[in-house]
Design a protein around this ligand. Structure first.
Ligand code: SF4
Ligand code: FES
Length: 306
């Protein structure tokens, strides 16, 4: 036995699985959760139908192992049919957001030791009642120690249609971001130098001008804030926090000359008016953006114009 073997322990990944039923002419546009018609999403799409079940996978891991690495091991050694999405593996691409114990987060940065909890299902007896604690087991089972780290529950990102197992269809969010024109809009012609080259100094900014949007430009469109938002994930017509962060990023950029049009685009019933300032969107942003605060400032900026 080497040093690693000594610190290994069992963890159970409890995965909410889904296999879609084949459907003809299924529309993929818009959010199937929107209750009202919205310029940002169509309510015509339906919830995908198919087979749903919960499957437990047990494996021996080091506590520092990421949940993504656990899933890769399961896929290689236990069940090649398990579906999940990832790309960079380092918190940069945003493709692997799922609900871990009900909390949206990235698989590649979530470590087993931070998410494993005592198995609540083991505390339910065969008749579906909570087992009565005896004097010996009155305190909760330790998360670490012994031979088991506990259970981690995984499900697809809330607020989006599930495509298969842990893969959510985030196209509705990407469409919303696209509608807000996520690129710099500078008016007029590019300034040129006397010899006809583009004047690269035209768009120089002061450090404080950069600071106004730099953090926001780190958004990787992972959808964690959208899955955390009870308004968006709850199915209300709302363009969502990720789209508002995109709008804010360009409104705050001194080089952009379309701020008014951008504010018009979000000054709608399903834009900033739909935000209920719950601020759940801020809790798990992997890029450290205080999403709720940024949206709050954005709302103030839009209202200042009125
Ligand atoms: S604001 Fe943060 S949580 Fe929301 S999409 Fe961007 S990176 Fe993800
Ligand atoms: S795999 Fe790219 S952010 Fe997790």
């Amino acid at each position: 036995m080497n040093g690693n073997d000594e610190t290994r322990a069992l963890v159970t990944l409890r995965v909410h699985r889904f296999t879609p039923r084949a459907e003809r002419n299924r529309s993929r546009s818009g959010s199937p959760f929107a209750k009202q018609s919205s310029p940002f999403g169509s309510s015509s799409a339906r919830r995908p139908r198919g087979k749903q079940w919960v499957q437990d996978y047990e494996l021996s891991v080091l506590p520092d192992t990421t949940i993504l690495d656990c899933l890769l091991t399961i896929k290689r050694t236990q069940d090649p049919s398990l579906a999940f999405r990832y790309s960079c593996g380092h918190g940069m691409c945003g493709s692997d957001a799922v609900a871990v114990n009900g909390t949206p987060t990235l698989l590649c940065t979530a470590k087993v030791k931070d998410w494993a909890t005592p198995d609540r299902q083991a505390a339910i007896d065969d008749d579906g009642f909570r087992k009565t604690a005896s004097a010996d087991d009155a305190s909760p089972a330790p998360v670490q120690g012994g031979n088991s780290l506990g259970v981690i529950e995984l499900a697809a990102l809330p607020g989006f249609p599930v495509q298969r197992d842990l893969i959510a269809d985030i196209d509705p969010m990407l469409e919303q971001i696209k509608r807000l024109k996520p690129y710099l809009q500078a008016s007029g012609k590019l300034a040129t130098t006397k010899d006809g080259n583009v004047d690269v100094f035209e768009y120089l900014q002061q450090p404080e001008q950069l600071a106004a949007y730099e953090t926001l430009s780190n958004c990787i469109a992972c959808g964690v804030c959208e899955g955390s938002c009870p308004v968006f994930a709850g199915g209300e017509a709302f363009i969502g926090p990720a789209a508002l962060i995109t709008a804010s990023r360009f409104i705050n950029d001194s080089r952009d000359t379309a701020a008014d049009a951008r504010m018009d685009a979000i000054d709608t019933a399903d834009g900033i008016a739909a935000c209920q300032s719950v601020r759940a969107c801020s809790r798990q942003c992997p890029r450290g953006i205080d999403v709720g605060e940024e949206i709050w400032q954005l709302i103030a900026k839009v209202k200042e114009r009125q």
